[in-house]
Design a protein around this ligand. Structure first.
Ligand code: ADP
Length: 267
């Protein structure tokens, strides 16, 4: 079999990217993009840790809005497309940066999506990174198959699966786990998002979703997958995301910030 020149170029372009982490979820709306961006913020708190965020949710990129980059456009330089820098050690690439307006819709079929993902890996000047955190669309779609194929040459470090503690979301977690097993991606672990609600006024904890037998950690245990931790449902997380701010930076002592920092140490 002849070597695919694109795959060797991807391998070359990502040669200095140590850990490539896919963020997956069975369903939309469970907080996958929020978790992707905030794990990146948490990892990049160490100024020596260089982090890239790659958004491959081509039809619904929300990373630019969440990270306050909705007015940014991609620039090319001699060494390829330049990612957008949020900080000296944190950079981002998203299909949103290619759209004339955030309101524009991308309606593309598989091969075109495949081409853009290839370009993001081959032509973006990622430089040296400790982590490339990849936000994917919900479920398992063309985009997942593309990224898995392209990263297979450069070595995928693993996947984290994000879920809410609802039976319906957990059912889809099982599908994500099976997908990872089928395509041979190691599962780093499961993150439970919106686990419980702590009232900002009275500090009382409330369980919002109907409790699942054994909880998310129990499901992880029964499937022999590491449970990475729980992030509470906190209206301040939603507010920070809507305003393009880092919740970790604005609320350094919040329970969610502590959770993000703990989880980031496990990936
Ligand atoms: P997905 O990428 O899975 O579709 P998002 O990251 O876009 O989900 O999150 C969906 C919505 O939930 C967003 O409005 C986001 O701000 C909010 N959200 C995510 N996680 C939390 C949380 N732990 N607490 C409160 N709101 C959250």
């Amino acid at each position: 079999k002849l070597p695919d020149p694109d795959l060797s170029k991807i391998q070359e372009s990502l040669a200095n990217v140590k850990h490539k982490v896919l963020v997956l979820s069975g369903k939309g709306g469970v907080g996958k993009s929020t978790v992707t961006s905030h794990l990146a913020y948490a990892l990049s708190e160490d100024v020596d840790c260089h982090v890239g965020v790659l958004d491959i949710d081509i039809c619904g990129p929300s990373i630019p809005q969440i990270m306050g980059l909705q007015d940014e456009q991609v620039h090319s330089s001699g060494s390829g497309w330049s990612p957008i820098y949020v900080d000296d050690n944190l950079c981002v690439m998203s299909p949103g940066f290619l759209l004339a307006s955030p309101k524009d819709a991308v309606i593309w079929r598989g091969p075109k999506k495949n081409g853009l993902i290839k370009q993001f890996l081959r032509d973006v000047d990622w430089g040296s990174l400790d982590y490339l955190v990849v936000d994917t669309p919900p479920g398992t779609s063309d985009e997942h198959l593309s990224i898995v194929k392209f990263l297979s040459e450069a070595g995928t470090s693993g996947a984290v699966i994000v879920t809410t503690p609802q039976e319906i979301a957990l059912l889809d977690v099982r599908k994500e786990i099976n997908f990872c097993k089928k395509v041979n991606i190691p599962i780093i672990g499961i993150i439970e998002n919106m686990s419980m609600f702590v009232c900002p006024k009275c500090k009382k904890t409330s369980i919002i979703f109907p409790p699942v037998e054994n909880g998310v950690s129990g499901v992880a245990q029964s499937m022999e997958i590491p449970f990475l931790g729980s992030i509470p449902l906190d209206p301040l997380i939603g507010k920070c995301c809507d305003n393009g701010n880092s919740y970790l930076q604005l609320h350094p002592d919040a329970a969610g910030t502590v959770a993000y920092k703990n989880i980031s140490q496990k990936i």
